[in-house]
Design a protein around this ligand. Structure first.
Ligand SMILES: Nc1ncnc2c1ncn2[C@@H]1O[C@H](COP(=O)(O)OP(=O)(O)OP(=O)(O)O)[C@@H](O)[C@H]1O
Length: 304
C-alpha cells in the first residue's frame, strides 16, 4: 500500500530482541507531518529502542522501519532530522557558538545561529565552553543543536530532565514554535504533565508493546476516573470498600478518592460525614490513566 507523504516516520510490525530479551514485540507506529507525539511508558517499555530504530542506530529483527519513506540509515533521511538523546557526548572545550556552527553545517538549509540560540534560550551562553556549563544549560544547548538544522522531524528523549521549572516552560514554548512551523516531534518523557501540555497524540508502551494510542483526552476517557479530595474523619479502609471506589489515600487531614461513579460516592460521603469540608472534585488526568493502563497490563501478564 502506498504510504501518504504526510507520514514522516513509521514502524510496521517491528520486533527487536537483545540476546533473548524481547525489547519490541510487534510495534506499529505512524508519525504525521507537524504533529507532536509523546511516547510514554515505564522503564524498559521499549521507548528508546523504538527511537534507536527510527534513527538507524540498530536494525529490527522483523518488520519495517522508515523515515520519510526511506531506510533510516540513508544520509538523505538523516539530514532531515534533529536529535536530543538522554546522553550527549560533546567536546567540552568547544564554545557553544562553535558547536552550533559545526552541527548546523551538516544540514542543507540551517537556521541562522541567532535564531537557534533564541529558540533554545542560550543567547547568553554562546562564548562559554560547553564543558563549563551546568547540567540544565547543557540540556538547552543540546536542544539548540537538535533544531539548528531546521529539521522536519525532531526526536527529544526526556529533554527536560535536570531543568528547573522556568527552563522547562521555555522549552515547552520552543517545542510549540517548532510544531507551529510544521516540524514533527517525537517526545519521550516521564513527566506526564509534559505530554498533557504538548502532545496531539500519545502512545503508551509497556513490555515492548503499544497498549494505547490516541489523544490525551481519548486516553483519559479510557480510564473514566474522577478524583475527589475532602477533609473528613472517615476511615480510608471503610471508604475503599464502597462500590466503584478504585483507590483511597490519606493526605494529612484529607482523603483522596478515585472513583468511576463520582455522584454516588459524593452522595454517600456527604451522608456519612456531616462535617465533611474542603471538597474538590476533578476529572482524573493523564497520570491516573497511565497508571491504570500499565497496572492492568502487569496484572494480565501475571495472570497469563
Ligand atoms: N543493548 C541492550 N542489550 C540488552 N538488552 C537491552 C539493550 N537495550 C535495551 N535492552 C532491553 O530492552 C528492553 C527495552 O529497553 P528500552 O531501553 O527500549 O526501554 P525504555 O522504554 O526506553 O526504558 P527507560 O524508560 O528506562 O529509558 C528492556 O528490557 C531493556 O533491558
Amino acid at each position: 500500500m502506498p504510504i501518504s507523504s504526510d507520514v514522516v516516520a513509521r514502524l510496521d510490525g517491528v520486533e527487536k530482541r537483545y540476546n533473548g530479551v524481547t525489547a519490541l514485540d510487534g510495534v506499529n507506529l505512524l508519525l504525521q507531518r507537524g504533529e507532536l507525539l509523546a511516547v510514554l511508558g515505564p522503564n524498559g517499555a521499549g521507548k528508546s529502542t523504538s527511537i534507536g530504530l527510527l534513527l538507524g542506530l540498530m536494525r529490527p529483527d522483523r518488520g519495517q522501519v522508515e523515515l520519510f519513506g526511506l531506510d533510516p540509515q540513508r544520509i538523505d533521511a538523516r539530514r532531515r532530522i534533529g536529535v536530543m538523546l538522554q546522553t550527549a557526548m560533546l567536546p567540552p572545550t568547544l564554545r557553544v557558538g562553535e558547536l552550533l556552527r559545526l552541527v548546523a553545517s551538516y544540514y542543507p538549509q540551517p537556521r541562522p545561529l541567532e535564531e537557534s540560540a533564541a529558540l533554545a534560550g542560550i543567547g547568553d551562553l554562546l562564548n562559554r565552553p560547553y564543558g563549563k556549563l551546568s547540567g540544565g544549560q547543557q540540556r538547552r544547548v543540546q536542544f539548540a543543536l537538535a533544531l539548528c538544522g531546521r529539521p522536519e522531524l525532531v526526536f527529544l528523549d526526556e529533554p527536560t530532565v535536570g531543568m528547573d521549572i522556568d527552563a522547562r516552560r521555555k522549552l515547552w514554548n520552543a517545542m510549540r514554535t517548532l510544531v507551529a512551523e510544521g516540524c514533527s516531534v517525537v517526545l519521550t518523557s516521564h513527566y506526564l504533565e509534559e505530554a498533557e501540555a504538548l502532545a496531539q497524540r500519545v502512545i503508551v508502551m509497556a513490555k515492548g508493546r503499544v497498549l494505547s494510542e490516541g489523544s490525551v483526552d481519548a486516553l483519559r476517557a479510557q480510564v473514566p476516573l474522577t478524583r475527589i479530595r475532602c477533609a473528613t474523619d472517615l476511615d480510608p479502609a471503610a471508604v475503599s470498600a464502597w462500590p466503584q471506589v478504585t483507590s483511597v489515600e490519606r493526605e494529612g487531614a484529607r482523603l483522596l478518592i478515585n472513583t468511576s461513579e463520582p455522584e454516588n460516592v459524593l452522595r454517600r460521603l456527604l451522608d456519612a460525614d456531616a462535617g465533611l469540608g474542603a471538597l474538590e472534585v476533578q476529572r482524573a488526568g493523564l497520570a491516573e490513566a497511565f497508571t491504570e493502563l500499565t497496572r492492568e497490563e502487569g496484572e494480565q501478564q501475571e495472570a497469563a
